[in-house]
Design a protein around this ligand. Sequence first.
Ligand SMILES: [Zn+2]
Ligand SMILES: [Zn+2]
Length: 320
Amino acid sequence: MHALIFSNTLAMTADAPRPTPLPGEAVIRILMAGICNTDIEITKGYMGFTGILGHEFVGIVEIVNDADTGLTGKRVVGDINCGCTRPSCTYCTQGLGRHCPERTTLGIDRRDGCFAEYITLPVANLIEVPETIPNEFATLTEPLAAAFEILEQVRIVSADEVLIVGDGKLGLLISHALSTTGASVSHVGKHPDKLAISAQLGNQTMLLPDMAAKKYDFVIEATGNASGFGFSLAHTKPRGTLILKSTLAAHEPIDLTPVVVDEITVVGSRCGLFRPALDYLQTGVDLSPIIDSIYPFESALQAFDRAKTRGALKVLLDFA
Ligand SMILES: [Zn+2]
Ligand SMILES: [Zn+2]
Protein backbone atom coordinates (compact mmCIF):
# COMPACT_ATOMS: atom_id res chain seq x y z
CA MET A 1 0.00 0.00 0.00
CA HIS A 2 0.99 3.67 -0.31
CA ALA A 3 2.27 5.31 2.86
CA LEU A 4 4.17 8.38 4.04
CA ILE A 5 7.06 7.10 6.16
CA PHE A 6 9.43 9.03 8.41
CA SER A 7 12.88 7.61 9.06
CA ASN A 8 15.49 10.41 9.03
CA THR A 9 13.59 11.89 6.10
CA LEU A 10 9.98 11.82 4.95
CA ALA A 11 9.28 9.62 1.93
CA MET A 12 6.31 8.22 0.04
CA THR A 13 6.41 4.51 -0.60
CA ALA A 14 4.14 2.36 -2.75
CA ASP A 15 5.00 -0.93 -1.09
CA ALA A 16 4.41 -0.64 2.65
CA PRO A 17 2.90 -3.93 3.86
CA ARG A 18 -0.84 -3.80 4.52
CA PRO A 19 -1.37 -4.11 8.29
CA THR A 20 -2.86 -7.30 9.75
CA PRO A 21 -5.27 -6.87 12.67
CA LEU A 22 -4.48 -8.48 16.02
CA PRO A 23 -7.40 -10.02 17.93
CA GLY A 24 -9.73 -7.20 18.98
CA GLU A 25 -8.49 -4.89 16.22
CA ALA A 26 -10.06 -3.56 13.02
CA VAL A 27 -8.58 -2.67 9.65
CA ILE A 28 -9.67 0.79 8.58
CA ARG A 29 -9.43 2.18 5.04
CA ILE A 30 -8.51 5.86 5.33
CA LEU A 31 -10.77 8.40 3.62
CA MET A 32 -9.13 11.59 4.85
CA ALA A 33 -6.28 12.51 7.20
CA GLY A 34 -5.02 15.74 8.77
CA ILE A 35 -1.47 17.01 9.25
CA CYS A 36 -0.79 18.11 12.83
CA ASN A 37 2.03 20.16 14.39
CA THR A 38 2.96 16.96 16.23
CA ASP A 39 3.74 15.33 12.86
CA ILE A 40 6.01 18.25 12.01
CA GLU A 41 7.67 18.05 15.46
CA ILE A 42 8.26 14.29 14.91
CA THR A 43 10.22 15.10 11.75
CA LYS A 44 12.43 17.29 14.01
CA GLY A 45 13.00 14.42 16.46
CA TYR A 46 10.02 14.63 18.85
CA MET A 47 9.30 11.19 20.45
CA GLY A 48 12.11 9.59 18.40
CA PHE A 49 9.39 8.01 16.25
CA THR A 50 10.10 6.27 12.96
CA GLY A 51 7.42 4.67 10.81
CA ILE A 52 4.21 5.77 9.11
CA LEU A 53 3.21 9.23 10.38
CA GLY A 54 -0.29 10.56 11.04
CA HIS A 55 -2.95 10.31 13.75
CA GLU A 56 -5.91 12.43 12.58
CA PHE A 57 -8.24 10.51 10.28
CA VAL A 58 -11.69 9.41 9.23
CA GLY A 59 -12.05 6.02 7.55
CA ILE A 60 -14.23 3.01 6.77
CA VAL A 61 -13.99 -0.19 8.80
CA GLU A 62 -13.11 -2.99 6.36
CA ILE A 63 -12.26 -5.97 8.56
CA VAL A 64 -12.99 -6.63 12.23
CA ASN A 65 -10.88 -9.30 13.94
CA ASP A 66 -13.35 -9.62 16.81
CA ALA A 67 -16.91 -10.65 17.56
CA ASP A 68 -19.24 -8.75 15.18
CA THR A 69 -19.52 -5.26 16.62
CA GLY A 70 -21.70 -3.92 13.83
CA LEU A 71 -18.88 -1.56 12.80
CA THR A 72 -17.93 -3.26 9.52
CA GLY A 73 -18.59 -0.86 6.64
CA LYS A 74 -19.16 2.06 9.01
CA ARG A 75 -17.44 5.45 8.80
CA VAL A 76 -15.39 5.94 11.97
CA VAL A 77 -12.89 8.08 13.80
CA GLY A 78 -10.60 6.55 16.43
CA ASP A 79 -8.83 7.30 19.68
CA ILE A 80 -5.12 7.31 18.89
CA ASN A 81 -3.95 5.84 22.22
CA CYS A 82 -3.91 2.06 22.54
CA GLY A 83 -3.62 0.95 26.17
CA CYS A 84 -2.55 -2.53 27.28
CA THR A 85 -6.19 -3.35 28.32
CA ARG A 86 -4.90 -5.76 31.04
CA PRO A 87 -7.31 -6.22 33.97
CA SER A 88 -4.37 -5.42 36.28
CA CYS A 89 -3.75 -1.98 34.67
CA THR A 90 -5.15 0.79 36.88
CA TYR A 91 -5.27 3.22 33.94
CA CYS A 92 -6.93 0.98 31.36
CA THR A 93 -9.53 -0.32 33.84
CA GLN A 94 -10.57 3.28 34.63
CA GLY A 95 -11.05 4.29 31.00
CA LEU A 96 -7.69 6.09 30.99
CA GLY A 97 -5.98 3.97 28.34
CA ARG A 98 -4.59 7.23 26.99
CA HIS A 99 -2.35 7.29 30.09
CA CYS A 100 -1.49 3.57 30.17
CA PRO A 101 2.31 3.40 30.63
CA GLU A 102 2.47 0.60 28.04
CA ARG A 103 0.29 2.32 25.46
CA THR A 104 1.22 2.74 21.83
CA THR A 105 0.01 5.82 19.98
CA LEU A 106 -1.05 6.01 16.35
CA GLY A 107 1.71 7.58 14.25
CA ILE A 108 3.51 8.89 17.37
CA ASP A 109 4.75 6.00 19.50
CA ARG A 110 5.46 2.42 18.28
CA ARG A 111 2.33 2.20 16.09
CA ASP A 112 2.14 3.00 12.39
CA GLY A 113 -0.08 5.98 11.61
CA CYS A 114 -2.78 7.03 9.19
CA PHE A 115 -0.82 8.61 6.33
CA ALA A 116 -1.39 5.27 4.61
CA GLU A 117 -4.19 3.55 2.77
CA TYR A 118 -4.94 1.25 5.73
CA ILE A 119 -4.38 1.23 9.50
CA THR A 120 -5.28 -1.04 12.38
CA LEU A 121 -6.73 0.12 15.70
CA PRO A 122 -8.48 -1.69 18.56
CA VAL A 123 -12.23 -1.90 17.88
CA ALA A 124 -12.78 -0.32 21.32
CA ASN A 125 -11.05 2.87 20.08
CA LEU A 126 -13.52 3.41 17.21
CA ILE A 127 -16.61 5.61 17.17
CA GLU A 128 -19.06 5.80 14.29
CA VAL A 129 -19.34 9.27 12.73
CA PRO A 130 -22.90 10.63 12.37
CA GLU A 131 -23.90 11.02 8.71
CA THR A 132 -24.36 14.78 8.98
CA ILE A 133 -20.65 15.38 9.67
CA PRO A 134 -18.61 15.71 6.45
CA ASN A 135 -15.21 13.97 6.13
CA GLU A 136 -13.32 17.29 6.34
CA PHE A 137 -14.76 18.05 9.77
CA ALA A 138 -14.71 14.44 11.02
CA THR A 139 -10.93 14.46 10.40
CA LEU A 140 -10.71 17.29 12.95
CA THR A 141 -12.33 15.16 15.71
CA GLU A 142 -8.97 14.22 17.27
CA PRO A 143 -7.57 17.78 17.64
CA LEU A 144 -11.04 19.04 18.61
CA ALA A 145 -11.17 16.34 21.31
CA ALA A 146 -7.81 17.65 22.54
CA ALA A 147 -9.39 21.11 22.77
CA PHE A 148 -12.41 19.79 24.71
CA GLU A 149 -10.05 17.88 27.04
CA ILE A 150 -9.46 21.22 28.82
CA LEU A 151 -13.11 21.17 29.94
CA GLU A 152 -12.65 17.61 31.32
CA GLN A 153 -9.67 18.77 33.38
CA VAL A 154 -10.70 22.15 34.79
CA ARG A 155 -14.05 23.66 35.70
CA ILE A 156 -14.55 26.94 33.85
CA VAL A 157 -17.71 28.87 34.77
CA SER A 158 -19.33 31.92 33.23
CA ALA A 159 -17.79 34.26 35.83
CA ASP A 160 -14.24 33.28 34.77
CA GLU A 161 -11.95 35.30 32.57
CA VAL A 162 -10.04 33.08 30.15
CA LEU A 163 -7.14 33.88 27.80
CA ILE A 164 -6.16 31.68 24.86
CA VAL A 165 -2.58 32.33 23.71
CA GLY A 166 -1.87 31.37 20.09
CA ASP A 167 -4.06 31.54 17.00
CA GLY A 168 -2.84 28.44 15.16
CA LYS A 169 -4.97 25.37 14.39
CA LEU A 170 -5.18 24.15 17.97
CA GLY A 171 -5.71 27.64 19.40
CA LEU A 172 -8.67 28.11 17.06
CA LEU A 173 -10.18 24.72 17.95
CA ILE A 174 -9.76 25.66 21.63
CA SER A 175 -11.60 28.92 20.91
CA HIS A 176 -14.50 26.75 19.66
CA ALA A 177 -14.45 24.52 22.76
CA LEU A 178 -14.19 27.48 25.17
CA SER A 179 -16.99 29.37 23.44
CA THR A 180 -19.37 26.71 24.83
CA THR A 181 -18.54 27.61 28.47
CA GLY A 182 -20.23 31.01 28.73
CA ALA A 183 -17.01 32.40 30.24
CA SER A 184 -15.48 35.67 29.05
CA VAL A 185 -12.91 34.39 26.52
CA SER A 186 -10.08 36.53 25.17
CA HIS A 187 -7.79 35.31 22.41
CA VAL A 188 -4.36 36.75 21.64
CA GLY A 189 -2.37 35.95 18.51
CA LYS A 190 -0.32 37.31 15.65
CA HIS A 191 -2.71 36.96 12.70
CA PRO A 192 -5.76 39.25 12.28
CA ASP A 193 -7.34 36.84 9.75
CA LYS A 194 -7.14 33.91 12.18
CA LEU A 195 -8.29 35.90 15.17
CA ALA A 196 -11.33 36.89 13.09
CA ILE A 197 -12.36 33.19 13.15
CA SER A 198 -12.31 33.28 16.95
CA ALA A 199 -14.09 36.67 17.07
CA GLN A 200 -16.97 35.15 15.07
CA LEU A 201 -17.56 32.78 17.99
CA GLY A 202 -18.05 35.76 20.30
CA ASN A 203 -14.53 35.76 21.74
CA GLN A 204 -12.68 39.01 22.33
CA THR A 205 -9.50 39.09 20.23
CA MET A 206 -6.30 41.11 20.27
CA LEU A 207 -2.96 41.19 18.49
CA LEU A 208 0.14 40.38 20.51
CA PRO A 209 1.65 43.92 20.42
CA ASP A 210 -1.66 45.39 21.70
CA MET A 211 -1.87 43.02 24.67
CA ALA A 212 -2.44 44.87 27.97
CA ALA A 213 -0.80 43.77 31.25
CA LYS A 214 -4.07 42.15 32.38
CA LYS A 215 -4.11 38.78 34.18
CA TYR A 216 -6.70 36.01 33.79
CA ASP A 217 -8.20 33.20 35.89
CA PHE A 218 -7.33 30.62 33.21
CA VAL A 219 -4.65 30.95 30.54
CA ILE A 220 -4.32 28.35 27.80
CA GLU A 221 -0.92 28.19 26.13
CA ALA A 222 -1.33 26.94 22.55
CA THR A 223 1.40 28.77 20.66
CA GLY A 224 3.36 25.68 19.66
CA ASN A 225 6.61 27.46 20.47
CA ALA A 226 8.88 27.61 23.49
CA SER A 227 8.39 31.34 24.14
CA GLY A 228 4.66 30.84 24.80
CA PHE A 229 5.19 29.56 28.35
CA GLY A 230 6.69 32.71 29.88
CA PHE A 231 4.16 34.95 28.16
CA SER A 232 1.23 32.82 29.31
CA LEU A 233 2.57 32.61 32.86
CA ALA A 234 2.90 36.41 32.99
CA HIS A 235 -0.83 36.72 32.22
CA THR A 236 -2.04 34.18 34.81
CA LYS A 237 -3.59 35.61 37.99
CA PRO A 238 -2.15 34.60 41.39
CA ARG A 239 -3.94 31.34 42.32
CA GLY A 240 -5.00 31.07 38.67
CA THR A 241 -4.57 28.11 36.31
CA LEU A 242 -2.16 27.81 33.39
CA ILE A 243 -3.04 25.06 30.89
CA LEU A 244 -0.24 23.86 28.61
CA LYS A 245 -1.11 22.47 25.18
CA SER A 246 2.12 22.71 23.13
CA THR A 247 4.20 19.57 22.53
CA LEU A 248 7.66 20.56 21.33
CA ALA A 249 10.89 18.92 20.25
CA ALA A 250 12.79 21.93 21.67
CA HIS A 251 13.95 21.99 25.29
CA GLU A 252 14.20 25.59 26.48
CA PRO A 253 15.07 26.53 30.06
CA ILE A 254 12.06 27.98 31.91
CA ASP A 255 11.79 30.06 35.10
CA LEU A 256 9.26 28.46 37.47
CA THR A 257 9.64 31.05 40.26
CA PRO A 258 6.38 32.89 39.35
CA VAL A 259 4.51 29.56 39.59
CA VAL A 260 5.60 29.31 43.25
CA VAL A 261 5.26 32.98 44.21
CA ASP A 262 1.81 33.35 42.61
CA GLU A 263 0.70 29.81 43.59
CA ILE A 264 -0.32 29.02 40.04
CA THR A 265 -1.78 25.65 39.13
CA VAL A 266 -0.14 24.30 35.97
CA VAL A 267 -2.14 21.71 34.04
CA GLY A 268 -0.67 19.67 31.19
CA SER A 269 -3.33 18.82 28.62
CA ARG A 270 -3.04 16.45 25.68
CA CYS A 271 -5.61 14.09 24.12
CA GLY A 272 -9.31 14.06 24.91
CA LEU A 273 -12.42 11.94 24.60
CA PHE A 274 -13.94 11.85 21.12
CA ARG A 275 -17.60 11.93 22.18
CA PRO A 276 -17.77 15.62 23.26
CA ALA A 277 -15.99 16.61 20.03
CA LEU A 278 -18.41 14.61 17.86
CA ASP A 279 -21.38 16.01 19.79
CA TYR A 280 -20.09 19.53 19.08
CA LEU A 281 -19.57 18.74 15.38
CA GLN A 282 -23.10 17.35 15.24
CA THR A 283 -24.49 20.77 16.19
CA GLY A 284 -23.63 21.72 12.59
CA VAL A 285 -20.74 24.04 13.44
CA ASP A 286 -18.68 25.17 10.44
CA LEU A 287 -14.97 24.40 10.82
CA SER A 288 -14.08 25.21 7.20
CA PRO A 289 -12.29 28.48 8.18
CA ILE A 290 -9.75 26.29 10.03
CA ILE A 291 -9.00 24.20 6.91
CA ASP A 292 -6.12 25.62 4.88
CA SER A 293 -6.14 23.23 1.94
CA ILE A 294 -6.88 19.66 0.83
CA TYR A 295 -4.26 17.69 -1.15
CA PRO A 296 -4.64 14.31 -2.83
CA PHE A 297 -2.76 11.70 -0.77
CA GLU A 298 -0.24 11.09 -3.56
CA SER A 299 0.86 14.74 -3.08
CA ALA A 300 1.44 14.22 0.66
CA LEU A 301 5.01 15.58 0.50
CA GLN A 302 3.79 18.88 -1.01
CA ALA A 303 0.98 18.90 1.57
CA PHE A 304 3.58 18.51 4.31
CA ASP A 305 5.58 21.44 2.90
CA ARG A 306 2.40 23.51 2.89
CA ALA A 307 1.63 22.50 6.51
CA LYS A 308 5.13 23.65 7.54
CA THR A 309 4.62 27.07 5.95
CA ARG A 310 4.40 29.81 8.56
CA GLY A 311 0.79 30.59 9.36
CA ALA A 312 -0.72 27.60 7.50
CA LEU A 313 -3.90 26.24 9.08
CA LYS A 314 -5.10 22.62 8.84
CA VAL A 315 -3.86 20.78 5.74
CA LEU A 316 -5.84 17.64 4.87
CA LEU A 317 -4.99 14.61 2.74
CA ASP A 318 -7.77 13.17 0.59
CA PHE A 319 -7.49 9.44 -0.21
CA ALA A 320 -10.45 9.34 -2.66
ZN1 LIG B 1 -2.62 16.01 16.32
ZN1 LIG C 1 -2.91 -0.35 30.45
